[in-house]
Design a protein around this ligand. Structure first.
Ligand code: SF4
Length: 335
């Protein structure tokens, strides 16, 4: 699949060499699941109940919110949500919007996870939809369902064309250079990109002939030294993040970084749950809370049970052991 497609445009706008990873990570898989649920809900498909079984209650609420936003913004107008109806073709690029309301010259795109820039992708959809519907302007509504926030972007044909054209030109430039950015971790070239490896090499103090990650992975000595260096960098990174946060909070600048405020997660306090527990049923409520750490159950037992009531050791269960890597010695980072 070509790197040049609408969903990649925001990434290509910051690094013209970006290439999406062929294997979708958990965040992308979640995005696809919620997208499918969103479409099914808008279309009133029977399969929406089956899809909902694969989602958490938070995810179901997030999709319901997005659907209610579409209904509120589109009023009684017809909403197109079938993939075939939402396919967009622009300047040899093909993409699929999540929902379109042609009579309002508008489309919707569901977004999951952290709030990011999607302007270039929306410009591409707007451009294609203006062409398909003979319109001179278009409105994109981004539905950030995890934050319950809507971002609305209006485009004229000229504006949308200029935004897309700039990214396409940079992508097609034979002299383009990679530019390390926030999308590197998702990039198919993440382990081999010279610009990124140069940054890592510089940070970890790797000397000439440069940073050869494959060679490091193949050599146990180098692998150990590399992990030790990473541990040091992680430690410094924590402190650097704190300092940068303070600096920006107090009006200073840290080029390439900004502060983002994330909405706190929603919850129901235990007193309220207790108030409704008779009607909800003890079993379902306890199942929703999940397992209690054995230490907490011991404490509870000690506080609430008569002293002669022995603790039921047989009720304590152990989860499967987990394996993790632990540093045993601090090595010199030179190798
Ligand atoms: S890994 Fe390289 S090519 Fe990929 S986004 Fe980062 S800088 Fe660009």
């Amino acid at each position: 699949m070509s790197a040049l497609r609408p969903s990649n445009l925001p990434k290509l706008a910051v690094c013209p060499c970006y290439e999406s990873h062929p294997v979708a990570g958990p965040a992308a898989e979640r995005g696809t699941l919620l997208d499918t649920a969103f479409r099914a809900e808008l279309l009133g498909l029977e399969e929406r109940f089956v899809i909902a079984n694969q989602m958490t209650s938070d995810e179901i609420a997030a999709v319901s919110w997005a659907v209610s936003m579409v209904r509120a913004i589109s009023g009684h107008e017809r909403v197109l949500a079938r993939e075939d109806d939402c396919r967009v073709q622009i300047l040899n690029l093909t993409g699929t919007a999540d929902a379109i309301v042609p009579t309002r010259l508008t489309h919707f795109d569901l977004k999951t996870g952290a709030r990011r820039n999607y302007r270039e992708q929306m410009a591409a959809y707007a451009l294609g939809l203006m062409g398909a519907h003979f319109a001179g302007q278009w409105t994109a509504h981004l539905l950030f369902c995890d934050q319950r926030e809507v971002e609305t972007i209006h485009f004229t044909y000229e504006e949308a064309h200029a935004v897309v054209d700039q990214v396409v030109k940079a992508f097609n430039d034979p002299g383009k250079n990679p530019s390390p950015c926030e999308y590197c971790a998702w990039c198919a070239k993440a382990d081999t990109c010279p610009a990124r490896l140069a940054t890592v090499g510089k940070t970890l103090g790797v000397s000439e002939p440069g940073f050869d990650f494959d060679a490091i992975l193949a050599d146990p000595e180098q692998l150990g030294a590399f992990l030790s260096a990473c541990a040091v960098v992680e430690d410094f990174q924590d402190r650097a993040r704190k300092i940068a946060t303070e600096r920006i909070k107090t009006g200073g600048r840290v080029p390439g970084w900004k502060l983002v405020t994330r909405k706190g997660s929603e919850f129901v306090d235990c007193e309220t749950v207790g108030h409704h527990i008779q009607r909800l049923g003890f079993g379902p409520v306890l199942a929703a809370y999940g397992n209690l750490p054995a230490a907490k159950f011991r404490d509870l037992w000690r506080q609430r049970m008569p002293g002669d009531q022995a603790f039921p050791e047989s009720s304590v269960k152990a989860a499967s052991p987990t394996t993790y890597l632990k540093q045993t010695t601090t090595q010199s980072q030179s190798h």
